[in-house]
Design a protein around this ligand. Structure first.
Ligand code: PGU
Length: 402
C-alpha cells in the first residue's frame, strides 16, 4: 500500500467551493423543485464578447492550416502577448520578458508554492483566497492546525476587518519569508490604497520578505486613485511577484489564461534571481498556456478587446450594486462591491455557515460562508457579483421577502 502524503491529511476540510457545492446538492436532493440562484463561487457567466471571441476563433481556424499550425510553444508564453501585457496592463512598469503567461492565477500560485518549497514561513491576509493557505499546507509548509484559533500554528494571519479598514497592523506582524497579499481582496472586496501598499512594500524591504501580490481583480478597480498593481509602488520590483488573470475581466475562467510577473531585480538571499528559478519551474512542470487562449488574450488587449473588457466589468459591477442595495435595505452591514465583484456582508454574532444555510433554505440563494476564507471571516458571508442579470433581480426579490 502507498502511504498517503501527510501534508494532505493536515488540511482541515475539503476545498471550500466543492464543499459548498456538496451542501447545495444535498439541499436539492431534499428540495428537488428549488430554483437555486448561485451567488457563491466567483464564476463568470456572460458570453465572451465578439472581438475577443474572434481572437480565439482565428487561432482555431489557423490550427487547421499548414502555415497557421503550432505545437508546443515557449513555456513562458507568446512574446507578443507578454509584451502586450507589459504595455497595456502595466503601462511599461514591467518588461515583457518579466511576464510569464500561464493557464491561470490559481495554477501559478500552486507552482510558486512548489518553487518556494516547504521551508518558507508565510503570512496571509485573514480572510483571503483559500489557495494561499491550503496550497502551502499541501506543499509542506509546517505547523499543525490549531482548532481553537482556527489557524495553522506556523502561518501568520494578518487580520483584515472593518475595525482596521481591512488593512493589517504590520507592526504586530512577525517577519515571514512570503507575504500573500490580494488587492482587490477576495473575499472582502477591499482595495489597498497607495499609502497602504507603500507601507507593505517598506515592510517587505525591511524584512527581506517577498510579497506574492494577487491582482486577479485589478481591472475591477474603478477609483483612479487606487493602485492596480504593486509595481506602481516604488521599490516593489525588488520585493514583489505579481500573479494575475484573464479569468475575471474577460470571462476566461473556463478558457484559462493568466500570468505571473517576476521582476529581474528580485533575488534570493544567495543572489540568485528568482526569475531564473521561476523559469526553471515553468519550463519543467508546465508546458505553456493553450495557444488558442493566448490569441484570445491578445485580442483582449487590443483597443476593441479592452472596450469589451470594460463593458463586461460594468455589467458585473451593476450586479454588485443591485445586491448591495438589497442587502442595505435589509439593514445588513456591507463592505466591498465598489472596486471588486464581491460584497462582504456582516452578520454580527452569527456563524457564517448558519447564515449560509439560512439564506439557502429561505431564499434558495447560494453564498460563500466567510469563515471559509479564514477565522476573521466568521460572521460574514460573501455575495459574488458574477451572474445573469435576471438572477440578480430575482435574488433581490427573494432577499426582500426574507
Ligand atoms: N486569485 C484570486 C484572488 C481568486 O479569487 C481566484 C478565483 C483566482 C486567483 C483564480 O484565478 P484563475 O486565473 O482563474 O486561476 N476565485 C474564485 C473561484 C474559486 C477558485 O477556487 O478559484 C472564487 O470564487 O473565490
Amino acid at each position: 500500500m502507498v502511504k498517503r502524503n501527510k501534508n494532505l491529511a493536515r488540511l482541515v476540510a475539503g476545498y471550500l467551493f466543492p464543499e459548498i457545492n456538496r451542501r447545495k446538492k444535498e439541499f436539492l436532493k431534499k428540495n428537488p423543485d428549488a430554483k437555486i440562484i448561485s451567488l457563491g463561487i466567483g464564476n463568470t457567466t456572460e458570453p465572451i464578447s465578439s472581438y475577443i471571441l474572434n481572437g480565439l476563433h482565428g487561432k482555431v481556424a489557423r490550427l487547421g492550416t499548414i502555415e497557421g499550425y503550432s505545437g508546443y510553444g515557449d513555456e513562458q508564453g507568446i512574446t507578443e502577448l507578454r509584451e502586450k501585457i507589459a504595455e497595456k496592463l502595466y503601462k511599461g512598469l514591467v518588461k515583457g520578458d518579466e511576464v510569464f503567461v500561464s493557464d491561470g492565477a490559481k495554477c501559478d500560485i500552486g507552482r510558486l508554492q512548489t518553487m518556494f518549497g516547504n521551508e518558507v514561513t508565510i503570512a496571509v491576509q485573514d480572510p483571503s483566497y483559500p489557495v494561499y493557505v491550503d496550497g502551502s499546507v499541501i506543499s509542506g509548509v509546517t505547523g499543525d492546525f490549531d482548532e481553537a484559533r482556527g489557524q495553522f500554528a506556523d502561518i501568520a494571519y494578518m487580520r483584515c476587518c472593518p475595525e482596521n479598514n481591512f488593512f493589517p497592523d504590520l507592526k504586530a506582524l512577525p517577519r515571514t519569508d512570503l507575504i500573500y497579499f490580494c488587492s482587490p481582496n477576495n473575499p472582502t472586496g477591499a482595495v489597498a490604497t497607495r499609502e497602504q501598499l507603500k507601507e507593505l512594500v517598506e515592510f517587505a524591504r525591511k524584512n527581506h520578505s517577498i510579497i506574492i501580490f494577487d491582482s486577479a481583480y485589478s481591472e475591477y478597480i474603478a477609483d483612479p486613485s487606487l493602485p492596480k498593481s504593486i509595481y506602481e509602488i516604488e521599490g516593489a520590483r525588488e520585493v514583489a511577484i505579481e500573479v494575475s488573470s484573464f479569468s475575471k475581466p474577460v470571462g476566461f475562467t473556463g478558457v484559462r489564461l493568466g500570468w505571473t510577473v517576476v521582476p529581474d531585480q528580485l533575488k534570493f538571499d544567495d543572489g540568485t534571481p528568482v526569475r531564473n528559478d521561476w523559469n526553471r519551474v515553468m519550463t519543467t512542470i508546465f508546458n505553456g498556456a493553450s495557444n488558442i487562449s493566448q490569441y484570445g488574450g491578445m485580442a483582449a488587449l487590443e483597443e476593441e478587446g479592452l472596450a469589451e473588457m470594460r463593458d463586461k466589468i460594468s455589467f458585473y459591477m451593476e450586479n454588485a450594486r443591485i445586491i448591495k442595495e438589497a442587502l442595505k435595505n435589509k439593514g445588513v452591514k456591507i463592505y466591498g462591491g465598489d472596486n471588486a465583484p464581491y460584497v462582504w456582508a456582516q452578520f454580527p454574532g452569527r456563524k457564517s455557515w448558519d447564515v449560509f444555510t439560512e439564506i439557502l433554505e429561505k431564499c434558495q440563494i447560494v453564498t460563500t460562508p466567510g469563515s471559509g476564507f479564514g477565522p476573521a471571516g466568521e460572521g460574514f458571508v460573501r455575495f459574488s457579483a458574477f451572474g445573469h442579470r435576471e438572477d440578480f433581480v430575482e435574488a433581490v426579490r427573494r432577499l426582500e421577502a426574507w
